[in-house]
Design a protein around this ligand. Sequence first.
Ligand SMILES: Nc1ncnc2c1ncn2[C@@H]1O[C@H](COP(=O)(O)OP(=O)(O)OP(=O)(O)O)[C@@H](O)[C@H]1O
Length: 226
Amino acid sequence: MLTVTDIHTFYGPSQALFGVNLSVKAGELVALMGRNGMGKTTTIRSIFGLTPARSGSIEFESRDLRRLPAYRIAQAGLGLVPEGRRCFPNLSVRENLVVTACSGHWSLERVEALFPRLSERRHQMANTLSGGEQQMLAIGRALMTNPRLLVLDEATEGLAPVIRKEIWSAIRRLKQEGQSTVIVDKSLSELLPLADSCVILEKGRTAWTGQPDALDDAIRDRYLGV
Ligand SMILES: Nc1ncnc2c1ncn2[C@@H]1O[C@H](COP(=O)(O)OP(=O)(O)OP(=O)(O)O)[C@@H](O)[C@H]1O
């Protein structure tokens, strides 16, 4: 479904990616891992055309994403929940959900059933939600675009345990429903049981790719420092 091959990405003169490879098959959940600053967010920004890769290739369902501007990449069927959740603060919960919606499996009813808190707060302004509720809203809004590939960057970072639990249980539901997903997240105990494959970045390169059960202590020590 998605094949990223040997991408190199720069912020102005400073190079952040030096050869990232990553692939996602339909229905898979891929864990994108690595210590802080190793290039996970930059990889995601490259895929979405926000910081375009300078070389390499990014193919999504046989289309070359590197040739498309960012807004066309979203239209091509990719949905992003960026780091630091970005909702429209002065729109209500329901307005946030419908404003960028596309028809498909994920309707308002289905998203509100996945996150009952959003249903309870449907008329509340997004900026009055708690951080965790805003994160749910960001995920719900991305789902409402009915992406064939959903990408979550640190969706549970800094949230209360009860909210994290709700978000992980929603992610489990998405996986059961066959949603293809790429996840960056530090809680490996939640992420690894759900992952079909793991991609570990080190210093802007793909350093290791494999199934979660092959991720032994030596690899964890070396690349993840846990
Ligand atoms: N806007 C920017 N301008 C210049 N350099 C940047 C910018 N954003 C990130 N970088 C650099 O690119 C490299 C990769 O950063 P990136 O944010 O992709 O890592 P990450 O693995 O997502 O880390 P984290 O887990 O801390 O979010 C780092 O060296 C970082 O300092």
